[in-house]
Design a protein around this ligand. Structure first.
Ligand SMILES: *[C@@H]1O[C@H](CO)[C@@H](O)[C@H](O)[C@H]1NC(C)=O
Ligand SMILES: *[C@@H]1O[C@H](CO)[C@@H](O)[C@H](O)[C@H]1NC(C)=O
Ligand SMILES: *[C@@H]1O[C@H](CO)[C@@H](O)[C@H](O)[C@H]1NC(C)=O
Ligand SMILES: *[C@@H]1O[C@H](CO)[C@@H](O)[C@H](O)[C@H]1NC(C)=O
Ligand SMILES: *[C@@H]1O[C@H](CO)[C@@H](O)[C@H](O)[C@H]1NC(C)=O
Ligand SMILES: *[C@@H]1O[C@H](CO)[C@@H](O)[C@H](O)[C@H]1NC(C)=O
Ligand SMILES: *[C@@H]1O[C@H](CO)[C@@H](O)[C@H](O)[C@H]1NC(C)=O
Ligand SMILES: *[C@@H]1O[C@H](CO)[C@@H](O)[C@H](O)[C@H]1NC(C)=O
Ligand SMILES: *[C@@H]1O[C@H](CO)[C@@H](O)[C@H](O)[C@H]1NC(C)=O
Length: 299
């Protein structure tokens, strides 16, 4: 009997212990739809870090589903996933560049696209994204517009679609290139050599986009398409705090944000740093209380 009571007591303690400490500030919403929003990010006044809107996240319900966005930044891209364990955030962009022609080489459709995240803490992951272009008469560029700090791109020309290989984006019908580190904005434009006149039957349009390199699997059907079919294009975004190294930040006690029981790591994609919990501690290193340890775990 006593044993059973002890067991029940232990179980209820265990149950209490596994109510995971919040990832958001106390009293703040932790989720928008299915997306967890960990502090320093937050929804609503007083729920994100700092006094400007750098870490503000907006959450709106549109037609029954939740739309999560970084308040700062343009391009209307949505957040699909956020986490604290060093993993980057995943954004959804439905945007891409396109250029279509009719049989006699007149341009029928054209769209450039750009995303500007300069005022947010997010940057495009240089290791996890690729800039991809699709087409058989296609020159695609990606640049950091306005001051043109960098310009890159790729070219894909093919005389017919016989040599196209499904699953292979290596210059025949599809080309890819890397992006530089610390990129916070880009503009992507498409050009054509013969206005697709030589390949029009099998390839009337060109497309280009930045995306998670593991996401896109090129096939012949992509060349025939008169509109790009995916409404979700995942982009991987790194983020970091501020623009100092760990060593600089630690000495700047006013602004250092890693809480108790955490350590600091320089960002690997540009300036700034990130915080992580020390071994044996968990949850959110950015909360004022820092990382939590020593709580019972029976399961
Ligand atoms: C949450 O995710 C589930 C399963 O993936 C999905 O069925 C549901 O529609 C999502 N809800 C919202 C609000 O996005
Ligand atoms: C709202 O959602 C329904 C069902 O998912 C869809 O049929 C409808 O087109 C959507 N309306 C808008 C304005 O997106
Ligand atoms: C391609 O199209 C552009 C714009 O429609 C036009 O200015 C150009 O002359 C065309 N070039 C060729 C080779 O047809
Ligand atoms: C891509 O598609 C090809 C054939 O269409 C398939 O063989 C290959 O496994 C796919 N690769 C991935 C990573 O899905
Ligand atoms: C993007 O580049 C195109 C072509 O260079 C240019 O016409 C357009 O204005 C640029 N967009 C922005 C937002 O700078
Ligand atoms: C390549 O993919 C297309 C669909 O995009 C399919 O119709 C075709 O049979 C595939 N070719 C090969 C050789 O697998
Ligand atoms: C991505 O955004 C587009 C356009 O807003 C939307 O149609 C699509 O459902 C979104 N994808 C996800 C997974 O939320
Ligand atoms: C670093 O960030 C601070 C505060 O946001 C800003 O005032 C400063 O100009 C930035 N320094 C550099 C080198 O970007
Ligand atoms: C952060 O970067 C600075 C400058 O490159 C370097 O001196 C320092 O050791 C790095 N700190 C950590 C914790 O990696």
């Amino acid at each position: 009997m006593i044993l059973i009571m002890l067991l029940i007591a232990l179980l209820s303690l265990g149950a209490a212990a596994i109510t995971v400490p919040p990832l958001a500030l106390p009293g703040c919403p932790e989720k928008c739809g299915n997306v967890t929003i960990p502090y320093p990010f937050g929804i609503g006044d007083g729920c994100f870090m700092g006094t400007d809107d750098t870490y503000r996240i907006t959450c709106e319900v549109k037609n029954g589903s939740s739309v999560v966005r970084a308040y700062q930044g343009t391009g209307e891209i949505e957040v699909l996933e956020m986490s604290l364990d060093g993993a980057p955030a995943i954004f959804n962009s439905s945007f891409h560049s396109y250029q279509c022609f009719n049989q006699i080489g007149e341009e029928t459709k054209r769209g450039n696209y750009w995303i500007d995240m300069r005022t947010s803490p997010f940057r495009f992951s240089a290791t996890r994204n690729k800039f991809t272009a699709i087409g058989c008469d296609t020159i695609a560029d990606i640049s950091e517009y306005v001051d043109e700090n960098f310009m890159s791109g790729c070219v894909s020309v093919c005389s017919d679609t016989k040599s196209v290989r499904n699953g292979s984006c290596s210059g025949i019908g599809c080309c890819q290139t890397s992006i530089p580190f610390n990129l916070k904005r880009f503009n992507s434009t498409l050009w054509s050599i013969y206005n697709h006149t030589k390949v029009w039957k099998s390839n009337p349009c060109s497309y280009a986009f930045l995306a998670d390199e593991n996401w896109f699997n090129f096939t012949l059907a992509d060349l025939l398409a008169e509109s790009f079919v995916s409404s979700t294009i995942p982009i991987v975004m790194d983020w970091a705090i501020g623009n100092q190294t760990c060593e600089q930040a630690v000495h700047d006690t006013q602004s250092y944000v890693c809480g108790p029981n955490s350590y600091c790591t320089n960002s690997t994609n540009g300036p700034g740093y990130q915080c992580f919990c020390k071994d044996g501690f968990q949850e959110n290193p950015y909360l004022p209380g820092g990382c939590q340890g020593n709580y019972l775990s029976f399961y």
